[in-house]
Every structure is written in structure tokens, then in C-alpha cells.
Design a protein around this ligand. Structure first.
Ligand code: FEO
Length: 395
């Protein structure tokens, strides 16, 4: 790859990580990712917006070289996480004149994470501007998308927003822009679910504030750019809204078939009652698919057998993750089977303190389900329908 032109004097100088398959040693990346960085040549100053993951910094420096960047005056750091800031460490040596422009919190984090000397920084505040001569950058602090130091950079004359992770997608593609909207939508939703969802209400406020800016291009730090900004802004409005779907997410694991029989019965009971259901076999599922589904489902039912005295570890992992991601789910329940006893239910329900859910009466049984157990699952399905009806999302 080499640099790609966005507008006269504005270039993409990022890198594409086609075969990365895991982020933070946690998040599956079925479609790879990109680390987008941007170069702006103003009439007086040349500026780089963000950098790349250090694993691809050689290609990044080559992209800058393809534009004959002899002098770099500023490096804007929108975010301290190393997939965007990591390359800055090398760049401040390559371009000794360059100052790193960022807010105070981000400066402190970059000193800690990358050991960049304090004298290299220019600290900016919310709404501060930086003149490049014929162009002006405005800095918009936007804490908690998704770290506390995050900020967005707006190029006024060209109406381009550089929001770093916000509006991003883990999608390696040769498309500079989001032409394939269906594919980008799924990747962006996965990204939102795994990275941004815990900060849903904060993002609502940032979206409101961005209404005050005329934006023609959104240039995020992962995935393709948006030259139809309403596509991704509308998606974010939907995902961050309080509206949930008439849908049950059903992560499950079963050792000898008893919990699975309960799951299969509940699936059929929900379908019969007009409720969409998405089961996830936790021994096989892509955990990112589960995260995507949590974005807008009304209800989650965790299904787990008892191992020794507690829940199966796969169910613990999924429950812990769901609690971490703080979806807008309204209701939760637990189903499962045990052989001789244990505290599976107490441990699962004790792990969902972040979820602002109403707990619907669980169905925990001994051994393989009997007729009364199936009736209890039917009653659970009935209650879910009633709850969804109360929300106005079910017939
Ligand atoms: Fe893409 Fe929060 O780093």
C-alpha cells in the first residue's frame, strides 16, 4: 500500500492488517482491521493525525515517505491506546521537530505508555484550534469513547471529522470508503458492541454535540471512511438509543444434554409466541457474534449446567463478558440443570450487577427435564412475552 488521497492535501497514510484475528487478546477479528492515520499538508504546517500499531509502523513510515514528508510539524494524538499511538514513539525520533498535540490526560498516558519526553507535547483543551495556514484543526474532547482521554479532531475547511475509534470498524478492505454498506454495518456494529457499548449514554451526548458540526467525511481510525456520514451516525443513534428488539439472546452450554433439551424447548416456545431468539453454543460460537446480538435484544437468558458446585466456566465467561459490555438489555433469566446440588444460579446472578435488568424467575432443575420442567419453561416464555408487550415491542 501507499498513501491514498482523500482531498487535495489530505491523505490516508494508515496500514491494513489483513490477517489480524484477535485484538487485545480478547476480541475476534474475522475480517482483520486497519489502523488509519491521516496526513494534512497545510500551507504552513504539515500534520499527522494519529499513527498505527507498532507492528505495522514500517509500512506507515513508507506511506509517509511516498508523500515526501520531509518535515512534520505536529502529530495529533486523539487517543493513547497503542494501536494508534504506538507508532508515535518512532515518529518523534524520525521527525525531531514534530510536536505531539493532545489533551492533558492523553499526554500523561502517552508519557506512561510510550515514554515520550514531556517537552515533546503541546497540550490543547476542548474547542482549541490549531492553524496549519490555510486550514484549521479544532479539537473536541470526547471522554469515554472509549478511554477517558479520547478526543476528536475536526478539519474545518474540508468538513472532515477524525473521530479515532468512534464510528470505526474492524474491517480490512481495499475500499477507502464504506461502499459495501451491509458489510460495513455488521463490522461497525461488532466494533460498537465490543468497544463502545459500555459507554452508550456518554456517546448519546457526544452524538448530540456533533449535530453542531457540518460533516462531509468521517475518517475513523479503523475500517473504511464514511463519505455519507448519516449512514454511520444514524446507526449509532439507533444502537445507543433506549429502544430494544423483541428478541431473546440465549448463550448456552450443555455437558450431557439436559440443559440443551431445556434450551431447545425454550427456543421452540419463544418462536411459537412470536419472539425472535438467538442461541449461542458457547463451546463453538464467535464471542463477537454474541456481543453484536447484545446491542439491541430485550432479554438475555443464560443457560448453564452445574460443574462441581458452580456454573460451567464457559457460561461464567459469557456472563462476565455481557456484564462488562453493559448492553441495554431489559430482562434476564437463567436456566439449567444440576446433578446433585450447587450454587450455579447464585453465582450467575451475582455476576450481572452492571446490567440494569429485571430478573425473570429462573428455571433450574435436577437431572434431565420432566413434564413439569417443560411447563416451567413455557411459563418463562409467557412471562418474556408479557414483559416485551409491556415495552410495546411484542404483539
Ligand atoms: Fe483502536 Fe482504542 O484503539
Amino acid at each position: 500500500m501507499s498513501a491514498r488521497k482523500i482531498k487535495d492535501g489530505v491523505y490516508w497514510v494508515g496500514t491494513i492488517h489483513w490477517d489480524r484475528r484477535l485484538f487485545d487478546e480478547l476480541i475476534p477479528l474475522p475480517d482483520g482491521t486497519t489502523y488509519n492515520a491521516y496526513l494534512i499538508k497545510g500551507s504552513n504546517k504539515t500534520v499527522l493525525i494519529d499513527s498505527v500499531d507498532p507492528v505495522m509502523e514500517r509500512e506507515h513510515v513508507a506511506n509517509l515517505g511516498s508523500l515526501h514528508v520531509d518535515e512534520l510539524h505536529y502529530i495529533i494524538a486523539n487517543h493513547a491506546e497503542q494501536d494508534h499511538s504506538g507508532g508515535i514513539r518512532r515518529l518523534v525520533d524520525t521527525y525531531p521537530m514534530a510536536k505531539v498535540v493532545t489533551n492533558g490526560k492523553c499526554r500523561n498516558m502517552l508519557i506512561d505508555l510510550l515514554h515520550i519526553p514531556e517537552e515533546k507535547f503541546v497540550v490543547v483543551e476542548d474547542n482549541d484550534t490549531l492553524s496549519l495556514g490555510d486550514r484549521t484543526l479544532e479539537f473536541i474532547t470526547a471522554p469515554w469513547v472509549h478511554w477517558p482521554e479520547t478526543m476528536l479532531t475536526y478539519l474545518r475547511e474540508d468538513k472532515i471529522l477524525f473521530p479515532c475509534d468512534l464510528f470505526g470498524s474492524h474491517l480490512a478492505t481495499s475500499d477507502l470508503y464504506a461502499f459495501d454498506e451491509a458489510r460495513v454495518y455488521e463490522s461497525a456494529k461488532r466494533y460498537y458492541a465490543e468497544i463502545m457499548m459500555p459507554f452508550r449514554t456518554v456517546i448519546q451526548k457526544h452524538l448530540k454535540r456533533l449535530e453542531g458540526y457540518k460533516i462531509e467525511i468521517i475518517a475513523p481510525s479503523h475500517g473504511p471512511l464514511h463519505n455519507k456520514p448519516s449512514f454511520i451516525i444514524d446507526a449509532y443513534r439507533d444502537w445507543t438509543s433506549d429502544i430494544v428488539k423483541n428478541e431473546v439472546i440465549l448463550p448456552y452450554v450443555s455437558m450431557h444434554g439436559s440443559t440443551e433439551a431445556m434450551v431447545n424447548h425454550l427456543i421452540a416456545a419463544l418462536i411459537k409466541r412470536g419472539v425472535a431468539v438467538k442461541p449461542f453454543n458457547l463451546t463453538k460460537t464467535d464471542i463477537g457474534e454474541l456481543a453484536i446480538s447484545l446491542v439491541d435484544a430485550a432479554t438475555i437468558v443464560i443457560a448453564a449446567p452445574t460443574v462441581l458446585a458452580g456454573p460451567h466456566p464457559a457460561a461464567v465467561y459469557a456472563t462476565y463478558l455481557a456484564n462488562l459490555l453493559r448492553p441495554k438489555t431489559k430482562y434476564a433469566s437463567v436456566i439449567g440443570s444440576f446433578g446433585w446440588g450447587g450454587k450455579m444460579l447464585e453465582q450467575i446472578t451475582g455476576m450481572i450487577g452492571n446490567l440494569r435488568v429485571e430478573l425473570i424467575t429462573p428455571v433450574i432443575i435436577k437431572g434431565h427435564p420432566k413434564s413439569a420442567d417443560y411447563l416451567a419453561l413455557d411459563a418463562l416464555a409467557d412471562t418474556i412475552v408479557e414483559k416485551h408487550q409491556a415495552l410495546g415491542i411484542s404483539k
